[in-house]
Design a protein around this ligand. Structure first.
Ligand SMILES: C[S@@+](CC[C@H](N)C(=O)[O-])C[C@H]1O[C@@H](n2cnc3c(N)ncnc32)[C@H](O)[C@@H]1O
Length: 251
């Protein structure tokens, strides 16, 4: 679905059918996906420029142009990346693309099983847990239900990472949406509720609480479109206020 929102080619008829109805329900959803993808890329640039040389990208999705390792390697070619997704098709495609890479790989696993991800042989091969890590969970926590306790889940990752590690998160929201955009995104949330991947909108305070105990780097919690963006989105763009982003540093 996300690949379709971004205009990609790695998708299937079942996705395309849901995509058609998703865009009818919420016409600005592809714009929000593009804002989010650019946030991911700026967050990787920021983190590599802060000295991080290894990433775990959970909910990485179908590999598409401007992947984490491509963005990181423009700055530091030795940066190691472990991609993780619970969509086996996305992981198989990623493994094919990364077949010849010595510094990046993809594993099938669920965000809700931190030990499976952190103890996976490929993770242990590429990630040195004595050094800080860039943990990317971009546009994925909205697929984690309140019952799964997102805050405790994030802590169980951070407890295993060295001080100085960074975590980048983004999340859909309707806090500041226009009334029309709010209705459209809430209708889309309901539509996702009937799929195998229900999505949950969260408020600014719920999103910010995920960073408890971390130092949130400048500019703090921002719209995905605006986080460290020299060209923030058009203020009239309905997608602009519909995603929060922030990067935290483990102390
Ligand atoms: C909206 S895409 C985000 C892709 C990428 N992180 C980005 O922001 O450009 C969400 C991805 O998270 C994956 N996902 C959803 N729930 C997950 C879970 N519980 N564990 C691992 N991956 C999950 C989906 O399969 C999808 O590929």
């Amino acid at each position: 679905m996300y690949d379709l929102y971004l205009g990609g080619t790695h998708n299937y008829p079942v996705d395309r059918a849901f995509y058609e109805s998703a865009v009818q329900i919420c016409p600005f959803i592809p714009d929000l996906a593009r804002h989010n993808r650019r946030f991911l890329q700026r967050a990787v640039q920021f983190t590599v420029n802060s000295g991080i040389r290894q990433f775990i990208d959970i909910g990485s999705g179908v590999p598409t142009v401007g992947n984490v390792h491509e963005v990181a390697h423009e700055i530091e070619p030795d940066t190691r990346v472990v991609y993780v997704d619970n969509d086996s098709e996305a992981v198989v495609t990623a493994q094919e693309i990364l077949e010849d890479s010595a510094v990046a790989t993809a594993i099938p696993a669920d965000l809700r099983q931190p030990d499976v991800i952190l103890d996976h042989p490929d993770t242990k091969r590429l990630i040195n847990f004595d050094e800080p890590v860039g943990l990317l969970m971009v546009a994925v926590f909205h697929f984690v239900s309140p019952d799964a306790n997102p805050h405790a889940l994030l802590r169980s990752y951070l407890d295993r990472l060295a001080p100085g590690s960074y975590v980048a998160l983004s999340h859909i929201t309707v806090d500041d949406a226009t009334p029309v955009a709010r209705e459209q995104l809430e209708n889309l949330e309901r539509a996702y509720g009937s799929t195998s991947n229900p999505a949950y909108l969260r408020t600014r305070s719920e999103f910010t609480a995920l960073f408890d105990g971390l130092e949130i780097v400048e500019p703090g919690v921002a719209y995905v479109s605006d986080w460290r963006n020299v060209q923030p989105a058009d203020p009239h763009d309905p997608a602009r206020p519909c995603g929060y982003a922030a990067v935290g540093r483990r102390l």
